[in-house]
Design a protein around this ligand. Structure first.
Ligand SMILES: [Mn+2]
Length: 337
């Protein structure tokens, strides 16, 4: 029985199939992924299905799966959510079951980090998964020296996470860094056991360059911009910004938000004008306001409880509603089909 331990696959399904083929993997063999099976590549669903359906498969938790499980979605994860569509929630449930390491008598596997000398199951999860906090812990312990320079057990250890270049990293024939950047157009690499033979296939193209462009507008479209608070919008925009891509579409969204907020002074004037008019009529202000489409705002204004800077509007939809109540149409959200 052979075992093939594969570096970061990141949705590169064609390369995965070709690698298994080239390594001579058969039904009785074991295929292990160091994690990061999704994000950045063209076919995350196919890669997930490959492992979910194949007996004799092990997928470890990578920092990318962990982001999905924890619901912390940056642009790369938003793209995956679009690619997976209706099956996304089910796939994330599957991701939440992934182990953080594999320990066998003949090999150890983690997505990224280890404290050599400590049992793997006692190493913090974020270190094993290679999250930002986990990498911070490693730096606290080892400074700029990588953890594997401290590893001198006889049992080989395999990890991914950092692209080591087009060729795998091999240290003292027992430490194997096998993330060779498949999604960035370099190669997909696996370590075949028990032979300890490294097998690679070249990537078809720089997948992420194409994927990140292809999904930009769908990702921006799916955000519920009108009902997000202005604060949430600011945070989301920060997460979705991708300087390498050019943010023309994102800037259109931001331009729209700015144009809505720019109407606040004139909406305030209109509101004050209506309040003055109702007061001048001399009747019961409360009753008159209740019959006015902008009544709720007029009452708050009169009570001195309406902030002059946001007029009680925390979302674009609030502003649109207020404007309509005052008989005005604000510009429509861009990118809507
Ligand atoms: Mn990765």
């Amino acid at each position: 029985m052979n075992t093939l331990i594969i570096g970061d696959i990141h949705g590169c399904f064609d390369e995965l199939v070709e690698l298994c083929d080239r390594a001579g993997i058969g039904d009785g063999d074991v295929v292990v992924s160091v994690g990061d099976v999704v994000d950045r590549g063209p076919q995350p669903g196919e890669v997930v299905d490959f492992f979910r359906r194949r007996p004799g498969s092990v997928v470890l938790m990578g920092n990318h799966e962990r982001k999905h499980v924890r619901g912390v979605l940056s642009y790369g994860q938003e793209v995956t959510r679009e690619q997976l569509g209706d099956r996304y929630a089910d796939d994330v449930r599957w991701m939440s079951t992934l182990p953080y390491h594999l320990e066998r008598p003949d090999v150890r596997v983690v997505h990224f980090g280890h404290f050599p000398g400590v049992a793997l199951d006692e190493v913090p999860e974020d270190v094993r998964a290679g999250t930002t906090s986990g990498e911070g812990r490693l730096r606290e312990s080892y400074g700029d020296r990588p953890w594997w320079e401290h590893y001198d057990d006889d049992v080989p250890i395999v990890f991914g996470h950092h692209v080591v270049g087009p060729e795998p990293l091999v240290v003292r024939d027992r430490v194997f860094g096998v993330d060779t950047g498949a999604c960035h157009g370099l190669a997909l690499t696996g370590l075949l056991l028990p032979a300890r033979r490294l097998v690679s296939v070249p990537a078809r193209e720089d997948h992420w360059a194409r994927v990140r462009k292809r999904w930009q507008v769908p990702v921006l479209r799916r955000q519920p911009w009108p009902t997000m608070t202005f604060e949430q919008i600011g945070k989301k925009v920060g997460k979705l910004r991708d300087p390498e891509l050019g943010d023309e579409s994102l800037d259109r969204i931001l331009g729209w938000i700015e144009s809505l907020r720019a109407t606040i002074p004139s909406l305030r004037d209109a509101l004050e004008g209506e309040a003055t008019r109702l007061e001048a009529e001399g009747g019961d202000f409360g009753r008159a306001a209740a019959a006015h489409p902008a009544g709720a705002w007029l009452l708050r204004h009169r009570a001195g409880r309406l902030s002059p800077t946001h007029l009680g509007c925390s979302t674009p939809a609030d502003l649109v509603r207020l404007a309509r109540a005052l008989g005005r149409e604000l510009p429509a959200e861009p990118l809507r089909p």
